[in-house]
Write a protein that binds this ligand. Structure first.
Ligand code: CA
Length: 231
């Protein structure tokens, strides 16, 4: 494999032992690897190299991983971001997913598992790229490849998860889709009545799509169940 065909991974992590272990294992698996020890350096590096995947530590010396994740997402709505977290609590994981992470692993993690998850994300991306679809909702033209929605002269960006939600709601627009289904199909997280991830994303989508997000005409609430899309 030549250098340019290799997937480039950026590790943002302040523990030298973890960086060393990951660099060795990922290079052995055929990835090109860059690393940064602080959030600021990581954001800078990501702009410079446009990595194919970011491994992001939650606890960094200069900033917390959530804020770094949001900054990375603003620059690039689609790059896969996997959080490396020492915290096992579900709330932390879900918060990571809400700010735009694609997945997380809890320290101490096995490198084999991490690589399996990275490869799963790459496969999912390939499938999405192959679909390359556009569709319209409420007069907005959604472009699945560019992650944009356009109406007249207004163009807004959609994050990976916002787009995935719209696609799933659209695929099943004949019927309401339950919160649990959205959570499981899109985030791969088990149903949990305290989990507000889906509702939080619906709020964001309504603000982007609806003329009046307080009285939605396209993303409708089905009380006690989930949501239904009226394109
Ligand atoms: Ca750390």
């Amino acid at each position: 494999m030549t250098q340019s065909e290799k997937k480039q991974v950026l590790i943002i992590e302040d523990e030298p032992d973890i960086i060393r272990g990951l660099v060795d294992a990922l290079e052995f698996e055929g990835f090109a690897v860059a690393s940064a020890c602080t959030g600021a350096e990581g954001i800078e590096k990501a702009r410079e190299i446009s990595p194919d995947c970011v491994l992001l530590d939650l606890m960094l010396p200069d900033d917390n991983g959530y804020r770094v994740c949001e900054a990375l997402r603003q620059d690039d709505p689609v790059v896969p971001i996997i959080m490396l977290t020492a915290k096992a609590q579900e709330a932390d994981k879900v918060r990571g997913l809400e700010v735009g992470a694609d997945d997380y692993v809890t320290k101490p993690f096995s490198v084999a598992e991490l690589i399996a998850r990275m490869n799963a994300i790459f496969r999912r991306q390939n499938r999405m790229a192959a679909q390359d679809e556009t569709f319209s909702i409420g007069g907005w033209e959604i472009n699945g490849r560019k992650h944009t929605m356009t109406k007249g002269r207004s163009t807004k960006r959609l994050t990976f998860y916002e787009l995935e939600m719209l696609k799933l709601l659209r695929e099943r627009s004949e019927e309401p889709v339950s919160r649990d289904d959205l959570l499981e199909k899109i985030w791969g997280v088990q149903a949990n009545p305290n989990n507000r991830t889906v509702d939080n994303f619906i709020v964001k989508l309504r603000r982007k799509l609806e003329e009046d997000h307080k009285s939605p005409k396209h993303i409708l609430t089905v009380y006690g169940f989930g949501y239904k899309l009226l394109p």
